[in-house]
Design a protein. Sequence first.
Length: 241
Amino acid sequence: MKWMILTGRSLLLSVLMLLALPTNLQAQADTLPNITVKKKNGVVTISWINNFRNTSQLNIQRSKDSNRNFITIHSTPNPEARSYSYVDKTAKTDSGYYRVFILFDGANYMFSKPVQPHEDTINLAPLGPAVISGRSDKQKEEKITGPVNTAPPKKAWEPSLFIYTGNDGNVVISLPDAELKKYSVTFHREEGRILFTLPEVKEKYLLVDKATFLKSGWYFFELREDGVVKERNKFLITRDN
């Protein structure tokens, strides 16, 4: 009987410790659309708490030397996870800025505010299997989550670096070397109907009024450089913009 009482106390203590852990993690990470970016011993960790209920895609993006020209370095496997943390093992000491691209059900999206890493002076407890750190221990994952899905992941949509919707809802065309090369852009609807073409773009930074596109929805474009297709992508015009 004495052994059983001690065991019960040990179990109770373990449960209390597990219950306390998420609270500590939530206190240490910002809530989307804000993110926490910390650096310790040269390693950058990006984390957040997700209170949104309709996120369909979350991409972590990094810019080397400014708050523009972001590239996607990681797409979360479960965008609806309550808390998330990612260790960027490819980051350098001059890793620059981080942000998160948030895509909602219904095709609306937003970006978190760009954040630079700051030194972490607190020893954080490991997040367990929810932590993604560039590489994963497949054997440990199999024990916890069952067989690993070997099907290739569906490629996540990434906003263009050259043509995208700005914060004010207008369409931005950003071509830093526009004066040196010949660029042309064709805009069309999803069904393929061409709306209009800009036969030669000479401005490095050009705004196209969202009213030009008449109504909300996805719009596609084809960007050509010296007559050769450089990119085919899309952007979203919404009523809220």
